[in-house]
Design a protein around this ligand. Structure first.
Ligand code: FES
Length: 158
């Protein structure tokens, strides 16, 4: 891990009463600069935080926002919890699978898209909701998803 990253993590630690409390923000920081949070990375984070490696592993593997496996350039996370399910999220999942030619959990061969389902994204009043990397796309339907996919492919090409 680069010295600069260690300094950034140590700066985060200063905002919390315990070093353990800084695990989530530290992982979020590190994730911005690695392709996935694999074992070596988790160990390094634990070393910098001076906490047991298992604590970092538990957090990294519990929360869907942390990628311990490689994901595509665009990680599509469709909420399928109650409000979104009632707003046809299952139908949108089938549509996404059909448009991308992958199943839930898969990544397109070109590495552009990974499709996942997640629990409530906390935006139930605008269901159905899809998170693309860090951005929310709300009140979705098939047409809006098609437009979004075109936009993302265009973005990837530039
Ligand atoms: S159930 Fe989908 S955002 Fe809450």
């Amino acid at each position: 891990m680069q010295v600069e990253m260690k300094d950034q993590i140590n700066a985060v630690v200063g905002r919390y009463q315990t070093r353990r409390s800084a695990i989530m923000p530290a992982l979020a920081l590190v994730q911005e600069s690695v392709d996935r949070l694999h074992g070596d990375v988790l160990k390094e984070v634990a070393d910098v935080l001076e906490v047991p490696e298992i604590w970092v592993y538990e957090v990294a593997t519990f929360y869907g926002m942390f990628n311990t496996e490689q994901v595509g350039k665009f990680h599509l996370q469709l909420c399928t919890n109650v409000s979104c399910m009632l707003a046809q999220a299952e139908r949108l999942l089938q549509h996404l699978e059909s448009q991308l030619h992958i199943s839930k959990g898969g990544t397109t061969p070109d590495g552009l898209f990974t499709l996942s389902t997640v629990e409530c994204l906390g935006s139930c009043d605008t269901a159905p909701v899809l998170m693309v990397n860090q951005d929310y796309h709300e009140n979705l339907n098939e047409h809006r998803i098609d437009e979004l996919l075109v936009q993302l492919k265009r973005q990837a090409a530039t």
